[in-house]
Design a protein around this ligand. Structure first.
Ligand SMILES: Cc1cc2nc3c(=O)[nH]c(=O)nc-3n(C[C@H](O)[C@H](O)[C@H](O)COP(=O)(O)OP(=O)(O)OC[C@H]3O[C@@H](n4cnc5c(N)ncnc54)[C@H](O)[C@@H]3O)c2cc1C
Length: 605
């Protein structure tokens, strides 16, 4: 195994030789056909496909972060999450959230080669087919489930996946070889409640039900498989990747009635020129910011930041949507081992690490969680009338197409409204019991409940006081309505019910967080929710692919309205929020974008 790890590292080092080695100064004045801003999930997938499909062009990717290809915290599945808040994370704060008693919520975002695909928690799933078909209905020809499913499958090689999953793509997915035994009790407990089905094939457009979720892990090395180590090594030498270099803005020049992107200016003032296109893949927070810094956006935002408006585009940075979560945790019986043991016990940790080095399954592979996707009736265990009424009243009079869709989909039982993640180790806000407590050293398990289509819709804009380098102003407006609050209270109550259902009931000892005595009434749950609500780290839709009249920022070819050759290709173009961890969708967007950019370049579109 050691040999395997070293070997793969060397291959990567050779294949992406030059990553970070060239200074931006040496590239000053250089001209590329395609300039891609952001070497993250979508950026590297797109760049690699363009490099392969257009071998006679020159492509550059400019990434603000460094390479983390050899970092254990990134590569080792069981260490996922350990990089959050560290040097590879932008870790943007929201503004104080009113409904959360002015609490600030932090947004991890990858600042590293591979972007958020290097930091994420490696859940590999897909939304309901109907949700993607809606993209097409909203004015985006070519963006239905059928086309997106094919694109998502082009990104993956799903080892042991169900028939129909991808077999030839760069990113590996699998059902992880390490599994906590007590998680076997989850599916029988959940499926005995509220008519919830078992689902062992949730990624082909029908996610409703309970099952184990795949993860993006390479079966040879048992390392995270992500854009930097999966796509990039396949690129040809016509692709240059510049790391630790930040783009300040896109340069635009009038061209008839449109603006033409001529290149980008870096934060050190150096200009890199684009012959054909500039493509923003800086993610849902920074792509809209870069548009604003380049003079594209809402009049008042640009005026406040003293930026000359070149294109009036009110949708930029609006429509911000995120999956919000809250969790409860239980102590597990002593005869079961949880992932907590490697945190408490140094000898066990070393033994498990050695198992990994010897290519044996260990807690350092651990990422295999059970996941439930459910509609309201399944969560509530009865009528969803009250939830629907709350949604109607919160959205009364709204003309927003996303809002209308949120209401419409409530009558579709195939579209999940709640996700529940059943973890193999502690998760929560309380933290481990203090040293000296009799509960210290015990094993824990959590249910993390996530709201898939919260009504709260926010925004992300540049800070007028420090537009280029300051933190963006992120205001997701969390829990600004009763639908979102009551929805998560329903989910919390159902989570407790699941823990009290056999066979899971016999696996757990007692509720650790919040504790049966601490939370009894709906008012208690509300209080708990306001103090503990967090996010699943899935901001999207901030440069939405929608008609301009509906608040859209890009057209169905992902070209920014009012420009000739400036595209956005990342999670910000998702038109309406989807009920999945979004990385497969983001890879699918990059694959589709590559397909039509290559066709256009070859004159076939
Ligand atoms: C902690 C965490 C856990 C998650 N867990 C999961 C999960 O388990 N499953 C799942 O499906 N999804 C998960 N996600 C979400 C998923 O990873 C993201 O939605 C997806 O990776 C976003 O891809 P992107 O291409 O839009 O942006 P990113 O991958 O974030 O790429 C943007 C890149 O642009 C760079 N950049 C930004 N501004 C500039 C600039 N001015 N100049 C140069 N470069 C710039 C950034 O450094 C970054 O590398 C998680 C995300 C996080 C952060």
């Amino acid at each position: 195994m050691v040999r395997l790890l070293l070997y793969s590292a060397q291959v990567l080092a050779v294949t992406v030789a030059g990553v970070g080695a060239q200074s931006s100064k040496s590239l000053a004045g250089n001209t590329y056909d395609y300039v891609i801003v952001g070497g993250g999930t979508a950026g590297l997938a797109l760049a690699t496909r363009l490099s392969l499909g257009l071998p006679n062009t020159k492509i550059i990717v400019i990434e603000a972060g460094a390479s983390g290809l050899h970092e254990d915290g990134i590569n080792v599945p069981g260490l996922k999450g350990s990089t959050i808040g560290g040097k590879y994370d932008w870790f943007f704060p929201t503004i104080p959230q009113k409904a959360l008693n002015d609490r600030v919520v932090f947004n991890p975002r990858g600042k590293v080669l591979g972007g958020s695909s290097a930091l994420n928690l490696i859940t590999w799933d897909r939304p309901a087919a109907r949700e993607i078909d809606k993209w097409k209905e909203l004015g985006n020809p070519g963006w239905g489930w059928k086309e997106m499913e094919a694109a998502m499958e082009r990104a993956e090689t799903f080892v042991g996946g169900p028939p129909g999953s991808g077999t030839n793509g760069p990113v590996y997915a699998l059902y992880n070889r390490q599994q906590a035994t007590f998680l076997e009790a989850v599916a029988p407990a959940v499926s005995s409640l509220h008519g919830i089905p078992l689902n062992s094939d949730s990624i082909q457009g029908n996610p409703i039900g309970i099952g184990f979720q795949p993860t993006n892990v390479n079966p040879m090395s048992y390392n995270r498989s992500y854009s930097a180590n999966a796509y990039l090594p396949k690129a040809k030498s016509n692709l240059v990747v510049l790391t630790e270099t930040r783009v300040a803005k896109v340069n635009l020049k009038k061209s008839g009635k449109l603006q033409r992107a001529t290149g980008v200016t870096l934060t050190d003032g150096i200009v890199i020129t684009a012959r054909k296109e500039v493509i923003l893949s800086a993610g849902s927070i920074q792509s809209p910011n870069l548009l604003e810094l380049s003079g594209i956006g809402r009049t008042d935002i640009l005026k406040a930041a003293k930026i000359k408006q070149l294109i009036d585009l009110p949708g930029v940075g609006e429509n911000y949507q995120e999956h919000i979560l809250v969790s409860i945790s239980y102590q597990i019986r002593d005869d079961f081992i949880t992932g907590d043991r490697i945190n408490y016990n140094a000898t066990y940790r070393e033994e498990q690490w050695n198992r990994r080095l010897n290519n044996q399954s260990s807690w350092f592979d651990d990422a295999r969680f059970s996941i439930l996707f459910a509609n309201w009736k399944q969560i509530i265990g009865g009528s969803d009338k009250n939830q629907v009424a709350l949604a109607r009243s919160a959205l009364a009079g709204s003309k927003d197409v996303g809002h209308k869709w949120k209401l419409e989909q409530l009558s579709d039982p195939k579209i999940p409204q709640i996700e529940m993640i059943f973890t193999s180790r502690y998760f929560g806000n309380k933290g481990y019991p203090p040293v000296g407590s009799p509960l210290r050293g015990k094993g824990y398990m959590a249910i993390i409940a996530g709201l898939m289509h919260p009504i709260a819709t926010g925004s992300v804009h540049i800070d007028p006081a420090n537009a280029t380098l300051g933190n963006p102003i992120i205001d997701p407006k969390f829990l600004n309505n009763e639908y979102d609050i009551q929805g998560l209270i329903h989910a919390l109550k159902f989570a407790r019910k699941i823990f009290q259902t056999e066979p899971l009931k016999s696996v757990v000892v007692e509720e650790y967080e919040p504790g049966l005595d601490a939370v009894k009434t709906d008012a208690d749950w509300r209080n708990y929710l306001l103090k503990n609500m967090g996010i699943i780290f899935h901001p999207m839709c901030t440069a939405a692919m929608l008609p301009k009249k509906d608040g859209g920022v890009v057209d169905p070819k992902l070209v920014v309205y009012g420009t000739e050759n400036l595209r956005v290709v990342d999670a910000s173009v998702i038109p309406v929020q989807v009920s999945a961890h979004p990385q497969t969708v983001v890879y699918g967007i990059a694959e589709k974008a590559a397909e039509f950019i290559i066709k256009e370049a070859k004159g076939k579109l």
